[in-house]
Design a protein around this ligand. Structure first.
Ligand SMILES: C[S@@+](CC[C@H](N)C(=O)[O-])C[C@H]1O[C@@H](n2cnc3c(N)ncnc32)[C@H](O)[C@@H]1O
Length: 362
């Protein structure tokens, strides 16, 4: 039977959980989604809180949108998200700090999000929800408390385990403990779940029902490599000129730029720029009849073979994050690469969901 999932999505980005649920054939109802598109606003938080204090959820949402619109910056996350998933304007929130979860109590099955790995240094050492105030982690925990979802999934970089000699994690863990959920946490690597990307991420999963016995998904043998995710033709703008070719083939920069790896390194927000990331070598025999490529790109030797080198296209980066080709690309190159690099690997989430579905009814 088709599962209906009422989803609360925060730090939504390009909606990796939404993709995963769709791929699993679920009927996903997005109760709310929220992403500020990495835009900074100048109005102080306290001042905004004073303004919206007496407003309804809908009016407050409108007010926050006005404040963001006054920056004249474009929220590319919203553009990508709303082009790909069904969410009503009133259910889209710009900023988690001003999203009141109380009206959603009991109306959400899963709350999912990974706060940006901003500095956690504001977190104190006394380990309470109040001590994390001011961090986006606090806002996430507050929403769990207010919405009371059946399950929550929190994702972040493994570095939070060792940040500030482990103190940060101690605080985060005790905040999670204070929410009254049964907790599981584990570091999972995308390459163990079917995607050739070496991407380790920490997942914290909380269950409202303490009788649940959850296990993280078992590792799967990797059967694909980067070349299986490449497009037949990519735009000529992705091909490198002389400087780029010489940079990425220089052994000195092997940690920054790699050519034709089987497993790509962790995609990052700034991937594919300044010759960062993973690159594709194409032998001359493949491209020599393409006038456009031949006129734009630098031909030289790599590994004893003559050819050209190109970046991964945005579509290829998305594929290597587990996104299907039905995902619509509607933003320019720079935000597009950022969005892919910031996302969660869809296949990892699919495998997590399958395990959750074994132990929780929706
Ligand atoms: C690590 S990314 C998460 C991406 C997402 N998991 C996905 O599947 O694409 C963090 C996101 O948090 C967003 N963000 C940063 N500050 C925010 C805030 N105050 N309110 C809402 N979203 C915020 C960023 O724009 C970014 O998209």
């Amino acid at each position: 039977m088709k599962k209906t999932i009422r989803l609360g999505s925060v730090f939504s980005g390009i909606g990796a959980p939404e993709q995963a649920l769709n791929k699993l054939g679920c009927d996903t109802q997005i109760v709310f989604a929220c992403d500020n598109g990495e835009i900074e606003i100048k109005t102080p938080v306290d001042e905004i809180n004073k303004i919206i204090k007496k407003l309804s959820l809908k009016e407050a949402n409108k007010k926050i949108k006005e404040i963001y619109a006054s920056t004249k910056k474009i929220n590319y996350m919203k553009i990508s998200y709303t082009a790909n998933y069904k969410v009503k304007e009133d259910d889209w929130f710009e900023d988690i700090r001003f999203l009141d979860g109380k009206p959603y109590k009991g109306k959400i099955d899963m709350l999912i999000g990974g706060s940006p790995c901003q500095s956690f240094s504001i977190i104190g050492k006394r380990a309470g929800l109040e001590d994390t105030r001011g961090t986006l982690f606090f806002e996430y925990a507050r929403l769990v408390k207010q919405c009371q979802p059946k399950v929550f999934i929190y994702e972040n970089v493994p570095g939070i385990l060792t940040h500030d000699k482990g103190n940060t994690w101690k605080v985060i863990k005790s905040v999670f403990n204070s929410l009254g959920y049964k907790l599981y946490s584990e570091i999972l690597n995308a390459k163990d779940y079917g995607i050739p990307q070496d991407r380790k991420r920490l997942f914290v999963i909380g269950f409202k029902d303490h009788n649940v016995n959850f296990s993280f998904p078992k590792k799967i043998e990797l059967k694909t490599e980067m070349k299986d995710y490449l497009e037949k033709n990519v735009d000529v703008k992705h091909y490198l000129g002389k400087k780029g070719f010489e940079f990425v083939t220089n052994p000195k920069y092997r940690n920054r730029a790699r050519i034709n790896p089987k497993i790509i390194q962790t995609q990052k927000a700034n991937q594919q720029f300044n010759w960062n990331g993973d690159f594709v070598f194409e032998p001359l025999s493949k491209v020599k009849n393409n006038k456009e490529i031949m006129s734009r790109s630098y031909v030289s030797t790599w590994n004893g073979q003559k050819g050209v080198i190109r970046q991964l296209s945005y579509r290829e980066c998305l594929r290597l994050m587990g996104f299907s080709d039905s995902f619509k690309i509607v933003v320019p190159n720079v935000p597009a690469y950022r969005q892919a690099g910031n996302s969660i690997v869809v296949d990892v989430l699919e495998n997590i969901f399958k395990e959750i579905f074994k132990v929780v009814k929706f």
